[in-house]
Design a protein around this ligand. Structure first.
Ligand code: NDP
Length: 329
């Protein structure tokens, strides 16, 4: 048994519930690995899990994303060995720690060209951008030149999506809460940016698209943007609600989808897309190629020592961060 620092909540609530504790870490069982983290990613989902929005049982160790070195592998694990550099986005939570035992399925070897910090910042957010842009619209998918709307474009998932969309030839219209954040989205490849704190984003989207609307709206803000998002879509357009930054969307009268032009709504989650080892690796390979080619640069804008995890949560929740945030060890 080895000991590790970890971040745990004993009950749901605000950032003050995040406690640094010492836990015992044992040997990996079948299908598991033990990994020593070098850096940990911070994600908005950690806030939903801390607050209780996602209803996970407590006590709970938090954290869904990290990078480090594999120390030991359990029976049946063939894609990793002790000494490998690795990174992951994975359930169950527990990444806010120095060392952990976890399922191996979602852990991928990290290419040598990608640092631990970048690996820790990009797996959950980058794999999310990957499936949103490449796997969420069925049938013909997105084509170069298509307009899409991406809310919270200066955030972690947002700045990765801005760059990737540009590389795919898409015209991403980004929204953000300040002019400075809008500028950041434009610098990362957004074709247009709208400050949704001061402008009516649905009206602006209609102007930008010559009255046509966009093919897909990616909405992680939820309650505050839902109605406006529907008004941005062209007929047969898709609203992908993938988060609840401002709170969950209230129940919807489906008739609204008919009256606004035979629209579609989906509520995707990364964890369906990475349900198997094969799908995880295929998506990770695509992300690693985007990053190592330079098409997508992982924008780490904040670093906090693990001991300052409460402040990290406060800042993310208060919309003070941009791009990706990591916890250092
Ligand atoms: P971000 O860095 O994007 O931070 C969230 C951003 O949301 C804020 O910076 C803020 O930007 C915006 N926001 C708008 N309204 C609010 C509000 N009331 N309170 C707080 N923030 C608000 O976080 P992540 O990159 O970690 O995640 C982005 C979103 O994507 C989250 O909602 C997350 O849960 C979701 N997600 C979903 C996944 C899935 O598979 N379904 C996977 C990964 C992430 P601004 O000030 O510009 O408005």
């Amino acid at each position: 048994m080895t000991r590790s620092k970890a971040v745990r909540i004993d009950r749901n609530g605000g950032p003050e519930e995040l406690k640094i504790v010492e836990v015992e870490v044992g040997e990996p069982g079948p299908g598991e690995i033990r990994i020593r983290h070098h850096a940990v990613g911070l994600n908005f989902i950690d806030i939903y899990q801390r607050s209780g929005l996602y209803g996970l049982p407590v006590p709970l160790q938090l954290g869904m994303e990290a990078a480090g070195v594999v120390e030991a592998v359990g029976e049946g694990v063939v894609h990793l060995k002790a000494g490998d550099r690795a990174a992951y986005a994975s359930q169950p939570p527990g990444a806010y720690s120095e060392l952990r035992v976890m399922p191996a399925k979602n852990v991928c070897k990290l290419p040598d060209a990608i640092s631990f910090e970048t690996g820790a910042a990009m797996m959950l957010k980058g794999l999310t951008a990957q499936y949103l842009l490449k796997k969420t619209l069925p049938a013909e998918g997105l084509q170069p030149g298509d307009f899409i709307l991406f809310h919270a474009a200066a955030g972690g998932v947002g700045l990765i999506a801005c760059q990737w969309a540009k590389a795919l030839g898409l015209q991403l219209i980004g929204t953000a809460g300040t002019d400075a954040k809008c500028k950041l989205a434009l610098e990362h490849g957004a074709a247009h940016a709208i400050n949704y704190s001061t402008e009516n984003f649905a009206e602006r989207v209609k102007e930008i698209t010559g009255g046509k609307g966009v093919k897909v709206v990616y909405d992680s803000v939820g309650k505050d943007t839902f109605e406006g998002s529907l008004n941005c879509l062209r007929p047969f357009g898709l609203l992908a609600i993938f988060g609840n930054g401002s709170g969950p969307v209230p129940p919807v009268n489906l008739g609204v989808l008919a009256s606004k032009g035979s629209l579609y709504i989906t509520r995707p989650t990364l964890f369906t897309h990475i349900a198997t080892r094969e799908s995880t690796q295929a998506m990770a390979d695509d992300l690693f190629a985007a990053v190592t080619s330079g098409a997508v640069k992982i924008p780490i804008a904040q670093r906090y020592p693990l001991a300052e995890v409460q402040q990290a949560h406060r800042d993310l929740e208060a919309r003070k961060t941009t791009g990706c945030t990591i916890l250092t060890l």
